[in-house]
Design a binder for this molecule. Sequence first.
Ligand SMILES: [Zn+2]
Ligand SMILES: [Zn+2]
Length: 318
Amino acid sequence: MEEQEKKTLGERIEEKYGCSCSCCDDLIRNQGISDPDIARAAYEAGILYPRILYQDAPADVRDKLIDLLDKGEPDKNLINNYLVALAMIGDETVAEYFQKWEEAPRPWRESLYVGPYHYAEEGGWCIENGKKRQLFFDACYALEKSETAAPEENVYGGTAEEKCPFCESSYVNVLVLDGRDERLSFLGFHGKIKIKYCEGCLPWSGTVFCKYVEDGESTILRHDDGEEYFCDDEDLNDRTPFVLSKKMVPKSYCDEFERCAVGGRPAFVDDASFAVCPECGKKMMHLAQLGEEWTTCGTHYIQICRDCQIAAIQYQQT
Ligand SMILES: [Zn+2]
Ligand SMILES: [Zn+2]
């Protein structure tokens, strides 16, 4: 009987979308489809990956996963996937259990390198003072190459006046966003902000922090290390413009790490990594992902603390 039901749900998905639930990830990523039956069918078929299948999964799937980890004997090799799936659901109930399991670890905790709080970040949220806080914006606009963009549409700002102390290349305003652009109203900026870093040094420099002001130049706060790899101003300025997409894209658009967007949920190449604001000590929020559609190598993650007006730029590579 159960076998029958399993088949029916899987078949229904296939009928509706023309693909089995294990390949519905593209629909979720690109079309923003949110269908509780996708996660149901995936769970029933024992498919836990790609994680995006569990984004906003319904309460019944969530509760099965929670029960398994809280009271059951989960397969040791799948605990990582179960926790990532729950992190992608990331509602208040999941947050409650992650907190419980962090404070009173279950036996499966021994098989993991990191605890549930770290997994929360894989889903783009954290627990702060006992409360869940989302670390990304639901609104998302893709960053697209455009040969014909007007200069003011280009979100890449080219070289800044200041030079990098490690490699003597000019710092670049890697991302210039105008808060007056209606599409970006979700960010709550009132003017133009410029995020600055050294392109040549980023892979070696750890997290770079800069303080931004609205309608002014930003200041590098911390840039720890570098590489003596000089980038010519001409090369740094000779780039195809990138512009914001006209229309909003799904929040999971960046689920593939070669993609570029402002807002939405980031996809980390390695473990999730949200910088801690050097001023207030809180986890910073994801602002933009610049993947290899933009960069020559690796994915850049730009995060911000809006209270302190600080941005962090991190780098990850396959
Ligand atoms: Zn440098
Ligand atoms: Zn702060």
